[in-house]
Write a protein that binds this ligand. Structure first.
Ligand SMILES: *Cc1c(COP(=O)(O)O)cnc(C)c1O
Length: 378
């Protein structure tokens, strides 16, 4: 290993051990080097156990899960789908691929997720004009759940289904339940930088067995249970491979350990930076306990003249990767003409907040190095 004092520090590097390597080796030797197999079934069952949601289907990516989720909720070309503007582009991309039109809404300040007051006003307005959206995608940004106690009854009032983009929130809690158990269906991502990984992969979960059965069918090439290849509908090749499911099962075993490490990292940042004027480590909203996927910092721009992008460049020179929060979708050139209902919060989060290296594999000395460099760069 290179010198820990100069080794690059990444934002959220996958934390993979001998346990995962052995699991993949066993899966390779087990004769199921195939798109599906016993590890896929096992991984789905493990995720059900872990989240308390009864049905799950393992998929090639979180993005595939969002596409399948919208399809399972009956989204048709021309439909409107409401979603927060502060998210990763995969959320609106899924709506576009369904032929639907995304509508962006701003976020609240406690969790940086979909603002229920703004949603309420937007739905009232749309109801008056006689055109309600066909679904709402709620995102659990940076591993903190949204304000479901307000959002769920509101959508129920208008009979609009909710798809949860839980790509970042596996392991988070919302009151007494797990992230992913709210809404009509929820999607996790196991991309390389997420809280746990299969290198690439996703999972759709739902209390509604019919939704998961439909998604399993479509994502397995809409193959009918007949001795020959029979198709009554258009399918997708969106399932997870057996080898990656083996990796996922081993990661899931280590998830509690990785969650505690990420939490310890956030607390260490809080301790190391609490005396710096104009810096604030983003905490949990009152309704839940986040998974601490990425620790985020709010930087008071009246105290420091430096922008988050300048800070990012300065930290990069020290070999440390920090990054602004997702650039809001209404600011993306590709969505310049898309309807958006804004309060300014997402823009403020984008310009003032910075995500710090938070990978479970980081040691205390590396966190100390990040905090030290941050002081210097400010
Ligand atoms: C990562 C992510 C996705 C996409 O998941 P993939 O598995 O990479 O396709 C979707 N939404 C959000 C909010 C994400 O962070």
């Amino acid at each position: 290993m290179s010198d820990p004092q100069s080794r690059p520090i990444y934002l959220s590097k996958a934390d993979v051990t001998e346990l995962e390597a052995e699991a993949v080796r066993q899966a390779v030797l087990g004769g199921w080097v195939a798109p599906l197999g016993p590890e896929v079934d096992g991984f789905e069952a493990d995720i059900c156990d872990y989240t308390g949601v009864e049905n799950a289907v393992a998929l090639a990516s979180g993005t595939a899960g969002l596409q399948m989720g919208l399809k399972s909720l009956g989204i048709q070309p021309g439909d409107e789908v409401l979603m927060p503007t502060l998210t990763f582009a995969a959320t609106p991309f899924a709506a576009i691929h369904a032929g639907a039109t995304p509508v962006f809404l701003d976020v609240e300040t406690a969790s940086w997720n979909l603002d229920p007051d703004l949603l309420s006003r937007t739905l009232t307005e749309k109801a008056k004009r006689g055109r309600l959206p066909s679904a709402v995608i709620v995102v659990d940004l940076l591993g903190k759940t949204a304000d479901y106690d307000s959002l769920v009854p509101l959508c129920a009032e208008y009979e609009i289904p909710i798809l949860v983009d839980a790509a970042e929130s596996l392991g988070a809690r919302h009151g007494s339940v797990s992230a992913g158990s709210m809404g009509d269906a929820a999607v996790f991502s196991f991309n390389g930088n997420k809280i746990m990984t299969t290198s690439g992969g996703g999972m759709l979960v739902s209390h509604d067995r019919e939704i998961v059965d439909k998604v399993r069918y479509w994502s397995t090439q809409a193959r009918e249970p007949l001795p020959w290849y029979e198709h009554r509908e258009i399918g997708f090749n969106y399932r997870m491979s057996n080898l990656l499911a083996a990796l996922g099962r081993a990661q899931l075993q280590r998830l509690p350990e990785m969650l505690s490490r990420r939490k310890a990292i956030r607390h260490l940042y809080e301790d190391l930076l609490c005396d710096v004027r104009g810096l604030e480590v983003m905490g949990d909203p009152p309704w839940g306990r986040g998974n601490n996927w990425l620790t985020c910092l709010r930087i008071d721009q009246t105290v420091y003249g430096v922008t988050t992008v300048e800070l990012q460049q300065r930290m990069a020179k020290e070999g440390i990767e920090v990054r602004p929060v997702w650039k809001p979708m209404h600011r993306q050139p590709v969505f310049a003409a898309t309807e958006a209902h804004l309060s300014g919060t997402a823009d403020e989060v984008f310009t003032r907040c910075l995500c710090l290296p938070s990978g479970a594999g980081l040691v205390d000395d590396e966190i100390v190095r990040v905090a030290h460099s941050l002081r210097e760069c400010l």
